[in-house]
Write a protein that binds this ligand. Structure first.
Ligand code: DHB
Ligand code: MG
Length: 593
């Protein structure tokens, strides 16, 4: 299907927007009025630049507050409309979006609205232009898409149809099934936006919080199915007003937008290949930053170095099913970022049933595929870059028909069988403007299911956190908005533990200072709330429960950018102890200062 995007959805000047959108592979744009009137280039030049970039201008928008007005207001409106139609001729746009009237001048009179829209459609037809009428969710009298359709039908003009916008329809809770009552040839345009579910004024919600399909809480795919059932064959056009995207790199946002449409289109196809969901973690790779902190932490937790890479300063540490690579020199492997000069997570190995299919899917969804020669191992593993720069390797460990990366680490000692059984989850911190992008990335590329995002108080700011899970893989993406010097550690690796009480008892006895101290106030609160047993306080454990089970966890001190969490899930507990994250952040800040 033809893919289009409104210029309002990305940052920059109009020429910059066009370039970014073209580079991401879009076919066309909707030109937003504000972008045009602030642009020093004449419309003919904008048209030429778009054409040179291979972009059509599918729509110009919006003409506001036009219909259902008294006669004296109509005269002014027609003058405005005439100007817009002339401008569109110069721009080469053939569809004008008219959004429903929000002004106090508007009358609650459908027949009058229909008559005046008919008049406008007649004038527009003289310029070879069609009118797409859109119900804004906050329109004064017309705010439902079926109401807009009734008026369009009443007007009965060939050059007048409706514009459907998923945000306006779904934000009001309207049932999109009604779309199927509209003949496809009367749907002139389809605008798509998702949004997080927020209880707030709908205009503010629309103007600041829209996001790309797959990033919010609406069933945009389901709505598109109804639109396609009408026979609609026009563009899928993204129209996203979002305060973060307005400030982000336009090219990156445009790629994110394109990824969203590719994933949406795929979801529409009954034959679409389902995502290859990773079944768990093969390894976590940490840069040591040349310090002994990480090996010391791991051996205290019961890990042992089981192998050393044949040619590279990389060690394999294992316990139970948990594997950690300690890399003394990741910068020479071509993945250098400033964080790598201190201990931190640089890569994650994911177990997938079909590594080739995983990387192919990642490529289809515009994930940056890392060149093989940059892979820090000798076994030919495919890797992609996650939005925060972490490398994600696709592995099929222990299957003879796939490259055996563990063979690069000749075995030095057996794998200890201690309390740690595997990697439960990995948490990554995104730059704040990449939160929605990261959610969509992990959801579409890896097929993980996002959970609701949560907000956690940090003593110096706010942490937003979203867990994504599927097939035995759990990731947590965080963004922290905190004042300069008070950054919390960026990453953690959480190990699954069989008996956390036993492990905590041992660690407290043998390695005082290794675990993060938990305030007594926390345990007072916990006992009042859950009547937890005194051992939880004695051992300094954190605790949570949900309707399916219980969760015990604790944290180590931090090394560079990374720390370890130890978790024990009891019953079917499905969370991450988010209620305790604020306590952890406060203690980590105190520990640093
Ligand atoms: O917020 C607005 O005013 C606005 C304008 C045009 C649209 O297509 C829309 O969905 C919203
Ligand atoms: Mg719209």
């Amino acid at each position: 299907m033809r893919k289009s995007i409104a210029t309002v959805s990305v940052s920059g000047t109009l020429p910059e927007k066009l370039e970014a959108v073209a580079a991401a592979g879009f076919d066309a744009v909707e030109v937003f009025e504000n972008d045009l009137i602030a642009c020093p280039l004449p419309p003919e030049e904008i048209r030429r630049r778009a054409a040179d970039l291979g972009l059509g201008i599918d729509l110009y928008q919006p003409l506001r507050d036009f219909e259902a007005v008294p006669g004296d207001v109509l005269r002014g409106n027609l003058r405005r409309a005439e100007h817009t139609l002339e401008l569109m001729t110069r721009l080469g746009a053939d569809t004008l979006l008219v959004c429903s009237n929000v002004s106090p001048d508007a009358l609650p009179d459908d027949a009058l609205a229909a008559e005046q829209l008919h008049l406008l459609a007649e004038r527009a037809a003289g310029h070879g232009i069609r009118i797409a009428y859109e119900a804004l969710a906050w329109g004064r009298h017309v705010n439902e898409y079926l109401h807009a359709w009734r008026i369009v039908r009443m007007a009965g003009h060939q050059g007048l149809g409706v514009c459907l916008d998923s945000f306006h329809i779904l934000s009001r809770g309207s049932d999109p099934i009604g779309i199927e009552a509209i003949p496809g040839e009367k749907v002139f345009f389809l605008q798509l936006a998702d949004a997080p579910r927020l209880a707030m004024d709908v205009l503010q919600w629309s103007r600041h919080y829209r996001c790309f399909p797959g990033q919010g809480g609406f069933d945009v795919t389901g709505l598109v199915r109804h639109v396609l059932a009408t026979g609609y064959a026009g563009p899928l056009s993204l129209e996203v007003f979002n305060d973060v995207f307005r400030q982000s790199d336009a090219r990156r946002t445009a790629l994110d937008a394109m990824r969203s449409l590719i994933a949406l289109e795929e979801a529409l196809l009954p034959s679409g290949a389902p995502p290859v969901v990773p079944s768990g973690f093969a390894f976590a790779e940490l840069a040591t930053g040349g310090s002994a902190e990480l090996p010391a932490l791991l051996s205290a937790l019961g890990f042992a170095r089981t192998g050393t890479h044949r040619t590279k300063p990389v060690e394999l540490w294992e316990q139970g099913g948990a594997r950690v690579l300690l890399n003394a020199n990741p910068a020479t492997e071509g993945t250098a970022t400033p964080e790598e000069t201190e201990p931190g997570l640089v890569a994650i190995g994911l177990e997938t049933p079909d590594p080739a299919a995983s990387v192919k899917r990642a490529e289809t969804l515009l994930a940056p595929v890392l060149p093989r020669e940059r892979a820090p191992r000798d076994a030919p593993l495919d890797a992609i870059a996650a939005p925060d720069g972490t490398a994600l390797f696709f592995c099929r460990t222990g299957h003879a028909d796939h490259p055996d990366w563990t063979a690069d680490f000749p075995r030095e000692s057996p794998v200890p069988d201690g309390d740690v059984t595997g990697i439960d989850h990995v948490a990554l911190t995104q730059p704040w403007q990449h939160f929605d992008e990261a959610s969509l990335f992990y959801r579409s590329v890896l097929g993980l299911r996002p959970q609701e995002s949560m907000e956690v108080a940090d003593p110096y700011g706010l942490l937003r956190s979203r867990a994504l899970a599927g097939g035995g893989t759990r990731l947590v993406v965080n963004i922290a908005r905190v004042v300069g010097a008070h950054q919390a550690p960026r990453q953690h690796v959480a190990f699954a533990v069989r008996d956390l009480r036993a492990l905590a008892r041992r660690l407290r006895a043998e390695h005082p200072g290794l675990l993060l101290p938990i305030p007594a106030n926390y345990h007072d609160h916990l006992e009042a709330r859950y009547a937890t047993d005194p051992e939880i306080r004695e051992l300094g454990l954190l605790y949570d429960r949900d309707e399916r089970g219980e969760f015990l966890h604790l944290y180590t001190v931090t090394a560079g950018q990374v720390f370890f969490e130890l978790v024990q899930r009891i019953g079917g507990y499905g969370g991450y102890g988010a209620a305790n994250a604020a306590v952890r952040l406060a203690v980590q800040h105190a520990e640093r200062s």
